[in-house]
Write a protein that binds this ligand. Structure first.
Ligand SMILES: NC(=O)c1ccc[n+]([C@@H]2O[C@H](COP(=O)([O-])OP(=O)(O)OC[C@H]3O[C@@H](n4cnc5c(N)ncnc54)[C@H](OP(=O)(O)O)[C@@H]3O)[C@@H](O)[C@H]2O)c1
Length: 341
């Protein structure tokens, strides 16, 4: 299966009505993805809805076990349990699955791919290709070209994660709770564990009592090691939610094998795919979620020496990226493009 290239495939989107799902439609349309047919699936709640693609209204159907007959590429974005149940059925029906959930990311036989970093891993797939965690994609796409030039030995990441990373319902909760706060009304959170408006809280995933890290922090570290092919890379992440509607930010401090200057990093990033430097020191103008939203590229700035390391081997940067696009739908569509003949 791995060598098979597809021409004019039938494409299915699973989770088409979700925050990532609708971006899949936008990416396929914007990038003129050559397909014979697009089929949309979601839960029974959405059956009968329509979504627009290339000027036509397409029906959303309830996902069922027999939904994948004739499908060549299935883009999954409907949560881990749906992927675990339905992705093997899609593969058995002959489709290649590009999965956005965390279900298969750390499976040894499943390539975990950011095309700017390890596109060659796609060739080894056995039916499922995993799309990395959104924070991991935003954090490490800019780091890879630096790592190739001067290996990163230690990495500290602090994320500032938007509501969109938790799906459409979390975005609505941020809007609603902000309105309620401003109007002095009581609001009881339903999606997030804490008040979201005008607040910052530790990422809403379980903490591993053995390590003290939450699941998001653990995913970012493990997935980075897998994508970079560096099993022993030293990484510590702190992941938090901020009351931003869309686009994650990441502060990264990294120590390289040899001395490195901010000028060298700037020069590397200026030629890096998928990255745009926004680093205007005079105007104090750096990457911001409002400007990263809707953009394919990850914005990178605040490129400076990490002053906590007198050896000159450490750098600090700050990035912002649209995690519904590069952190999810766009990255998956880029992977699907590599499956084409
Ligand atoms: N948001 C991000 O930035 C991001 C980034 C990377 C990866 N992901 C992953 O992508 C997945 C979806 O995230 P999201 O943010 O788009 O969530 P979302 O806005 O809550 O959307 C979830 C989608 O899944 C569908 N769905 C839920 N249960 C289903 C079922 N049993 N059968 C079929 N479809 C079902 C929903 O359909 P209904 O509308 O009918 O309920 C909806 O289309 C998650 O696995 C998430 O971890 C998200």
């Amino acid at each position: 299966m791995s060598a098979k290239k597809l021409s004019n495939p039938v494409v299915a989107i699973v989770g088409a009505t979700g925050a990532v799902g609708v971006e899949f439609l936008g990416c396929l349309e914007k990038r003129r993805f050559p397909l014979a047919e697009l089929r949309l699936f979601a839960s029974a709640r959405s059956a009968g809805k329509t979504l627009e693609f290339r000027g036509k209204k397409l029906p959303v159907r309830e996902l069922k076990e027999d939904s994948f007959a004739g499908v060549d590429i299935a883009l999954f974005s409907a949560g881990s349990s749906t992927s675990k149940r339905f992705a093997p059925l899609a593969v058995a029906a002959g489709a290649v699955v590009v999965d956005n959930s965390s279900a298969f990311r750390m499976d040894a036989g499943v390539p975990l791919v950011i095309p700017e970093i390890n596109a060659e891993a796609i060739a080894s797939h056995k039916g499922i290709i995993a799309n990395p965690n959104c924070s991991a994609i935003i954090a490490i796409t800019p780091l890879w070209p630096i790592h190739r030039r001067n290996p990163i030995r230690r990495l500290i990441l602090s994320t500032y994660q938007a509501a969109s990373g938790a799906g459409a319902a979390a975005m609505e909760e941020l809007r609603e709770s902000t309105r309620a706060y401003l109007e002095g009304r009581k609001f009881t959170p339903k999606v997030m564990p804490h008040p979201y408006a005008f607040n910052v809280f530790s990422h809403n995933t379980k903490i591993d009592p053995a390590t003290g890290y939450n699941e998001e922090e653990t995913k970012v570290a493990n997935e980075t090691r897998k994508i970079f092919g560096e099993r022993d890379l030293a990484i510590a992440a702190t992941c938090v939610r901020v009351p931003v509607l869309r686009a994650h930010c990441v502060a990264a401090n990294f120590e390289c094998e040899r001395p490195i200057t901010p000028a060298e990093v700037r020069e590397i990033l200026a030629r890096a795919p998928g990255v745009r430097i926004v680093d205007d020191v005079e105007r104090n103008y750096f990457p911001m979620p409002v400007e990263a939203s809707g953009q394919d590229e990850i914005l990178v700035g605040r490129i400076r020496r990490d002053s906590s390391d007198p050896s000159g081997r450490s750098i600090a940067i700050f990035s912002a990226g649209d995690q519904l696009l590069k952190g999810a739908a766009l990255n998956a569509v880029q992977i699907a493009e590599r499956l084409l003949a």
